[in-house]
Design a protein around this ligand. Structure first.
Ligand SMILES: Nc1nc2c([nH]c(=O)n2[C@H]2C[C@H](O)[C@@H](COP(=O)(O)OP(=O)(O)OP(=O)(O)O)O2)c(=O)[nH]1
Ligand SMILES: [Mg+2]
Length: 135
């Protein structure tokens, strides 16, 4: 049976000096649980990816996004899920980023990102971040 591809929008939240990124840890019981992620989630019907990432970042990390730019889009098939991602660089926001839903969250130097386990789909995203924002 063909799997339905789920559309996901997620945000790479940069600090004002663009050398740290805010990452969160997926709840243990979630899909790809226990791994670190860029906050985000499913794009709902009648939403653009931009609208979805703004909404998800408000819900999940408590920030109000003011500037975002597309960073990378990609498809990834997990054994149990087929996903289509739009990742955005978040370069301006108001509020204080935190794990708003009880999840761990921390600011990590771009040089140190590789030390955190992310889902398989994120490999190309991490490479793109280093290419665009790496020292
Ligand atoms: N947000 C996010 N999801 C990722 C990343 N990498 C990765 O493989 N995923 C996968 C895990 C999930 O299968 C899917 C994201 O869905 P989600 O569980 O966050 O969706 P959601 O926030 O809308 O939550 P829900 O509807 O399941 O409650 O994408 C990432 O960097 N960020
Ligand atoms: Mg989510």
């Amino acid at each position: 049976m063909p799997k339905k591809r789920v559309w996901i929008a997620a945000g790479i939240i940069l600090n004002s000096t663009q050398d740290h990124i805010f990452i969160t840890r997926r709840h243990a019981n979630a899909h790809q649980g226990g791994l670190w992620e860029f906050a985000g989630g499913k794009v709902e019907a009648n939403e653009t990816a931009e609208q979805a990432v703004i909404r998800e970042l408000n819900e999940e990390v408590g920030i109000q996004v003011t500037t975002l730019t597309p960073l990378i889009s990609l498809a990834h098939d997990y054994p149990d899920k087929a996903l289509q991602f739009d990742f955005f660089a978040i370069t301006a926001f108001t509020g204080e980023a935190c794990g708003n839903e009880g999840q761990a969250g921390l600011w990590v130097a771009i040089d140190d990102l590789e030390q955190y386990p992310f889902p398989e789909a994120n490999a190309a995203v991490l490479a793109k971040i280093v290419e665009v924002y790496g020292g």
